[in-house]
Design a protein around this ligand. Sequence first.
Ligand SMILES: NC(=O)c1ccc[n+]([C@@H]2O[C@H](COP(=O)([O-])OP(=O)(O)OC[C@H]3O[C@@H](n4cnc5c(N)ncnc54)[C@H](O)[C@@H]3O)[C@@H](O)[C@H]2O)c1
Length: 379
Amino acid sequence: MTIKNITVLGSGIMGHGIAQISAMSGYNVVLRDIEQHFLDKAMGKIKWSLDKLVSKEKISQNQANDIYSRIKPVVDLKEAVKECDLVVEAVPEIMDLKKKVYSELDSVADENVVFASNTSTLPITEIANTLSRPEKFIGIHFFNPPLLMKLVEVIPGQKTSQDIVKLTMDYVESIKKIPVVCRKDVPGFIVNRLFIPLVHEACYVMERQGIKMTEIDSAVKFNLGFPMGIFELADFTGMDVIHKATVEMHLRDKKVIRPHPTIEKLYNEKKLGQKTGEGFYKYSDDKYERIPLSEELAEKCDPKQILANILNNAAWLVTHEASDILEIEKAANLGLGLKKPLFETAKEYGMSEIVKELEQLAQKHGQFYEPDPLLVAMQ
Ligand SMILES: NC(=O)c1ccc[n+]([C@@H]2O[C@H](COP(=O)([O-])OP(=O)(O)OC[C@H]3O[C@@H](n4cnc5c(N)ncnc54)[C@H](O)[C@@H]3O)[C@@H](O)[C@H]2O)c1
């Protein structure tokens, strides 16, 4: 089977970007949303983005026109999937809504059509089990913004066929992205399993050790190779995204995350980060703004507890056969922008130091911190 025609369901933040990058690689795309005005807004954003690529001389005006004309906005679902080979679903992250959308879709799409969900945290197998074609359902997790972010996590459910995994990987590569397979449908997949718990851990470090946010952020940036601080990255991602991911992941696995109340508090206060002018930090306007971090501030914080947390989750993924160290490093580099491999940093610290840190935390704060057997074996 080859893919020529793609239907993207949902024209929001992710959907319009996925439609654009697919059209830029030559696919015919139908972009579907529930009301015309959502589609008008999405097509406006796509046009703006293509114009920008023309002005930067990345593509010609003719190419831009061509790409734009390959994206057809459609409201009617039946019409939207009439000729499609692959549906990429990017509707809001609400399980009941996704199930409703898939039930409709399953009844109107031809039986050969493949369904791929851009869910960040919902269980792939559970959605698949509501379908008449669970073997043709897969997770395809793009990162925001899809135009710029190279990584796409590919997540087979328990019943996804190998052919569909291959087809999805080929599609991801054809749109010039780099696929990383998360071999098991585990909460958070790879990148969110590393990142979301880390935001909570950084809150615990701040609270327990009385260290300032800018000191923790500087330490992870200058000593662990993060592209920016954790609180800064959380503000950039959005507290709504982090809070919802926390709830979903914690619901499925208590070991993955120890929710710190600050996240929910900020979410309830609508302090969502950059986009609302305040999250962990305050921002002067809605323009993208960096927090001043420095090597001097970094000296005030030893990020060992933070490193131990992310390594413990990385090790969990390996122990549970969801991934391996090489793939995790690739995902952390492309999805989180980590400049230095995690396990290399761990070696610099000494793995026994990391294990000791986790054992001490477990003694003080409970089982959650118990070191993964892989880290213990790597000492
Ligand atoms: N925003 C992110 O940073 C991000 C990153 C990775 C993955 N995701 C995932 O992508 C998915 C979409 O997120 P988003 O941020 O783009 O959401 P969004 O709210 O920006 O867009 C969702 C769109 O879906 C539309 N919609 C609702 N019901 C629909 C239906 N039945 N058919 C078609 N369209 C429908 C809405 O009108 C809206 O335009 C979620 O599963 C989310 O977890 C989001």
